[in-house]
Design a protein around this ligand. Sequence first.
Ligand SMILES: [Zn+2]
Length: 303
Amino acid sequence: MAAARAIGVVVAASLCVLALSGAARAASPSPSAAPIASPSVAPIASPSVAPTASPSVAPTASPAVPPPASPDPALVLHVPVLMYHLVGLPGEVPSALPNLVVSPTTFDAHMRALHDAGWHTITAADLATYLAAGTRPPARSFVVTIDDGYADGYTHALPILEAYGFVATFYVVAGRVGGSAHTLSWPQVRELLAAGMDIGNHTVSHPALTAASDWDLGWQIRRAQEIVLRQTGYAMTTLAYPAGDFDQRVEDAVETAGLGLGFTTRPGALETWAGRFACPRIRVSPGTGARSLVGTLEGFADD
Ligand SMILES: [Zn+2]
């Protein structure tokens, strides 16, 4: 238990560090799209702080006074979170389900089209920070998530992301990193982090969490945090449920572990403080056209 508490402290502390770096990244691509409250000063609060009625949108407050860094229960975000799995060539990973494999050419077309339409990325960790601070990310922000920790995230997806100045969150299965030629290695994970990418929790072994015992459930989440922290020095702040399998007990376990967001496979784009452990995502398939994807995101561009 002492170890678990210690990890929680590390996670909470690192969230503040992440907040600053994430805000700096998020602010740079689109300085003209100013959020209501500046994220550069806001993210201080831990997401574990109980939500209170926040005066964060206070038109009478002097601009010189930093806005309160606390969750705003009334804040409703529609930041699109794209869900990819493999970005590779058909057959490159023989065991991969074909409908999970988006070719590098298609991934490049998606990123180029979104870039050209004025969209830019923040990471899932950034999104958690904005939500915890009760502030809105810059307009036309979206998140790229790549689940399961395949090596093609490094070999194929990373160079394409970098070509457009984009970042992504890679949900790695901590117990499988370095486990085969098709999975990311720890040096690759460290290179992803060095390139400004975010690593997220996808448990130790990708079980169905709703079927796990209470002990296993907690272990799968906390042990994954420990493994990644030990191997990279990075404290993950968000989690994607393996196969989208979650319920209230699983949500509670993610919160107890000190994480800030939980992603499902339910379709949509909606982030609120109350619903932060059941965030939907937009599934991207091999046949998803670039124009269609841009159209989907435009439907969520509410500012
Ligand atoms: Zn998965």
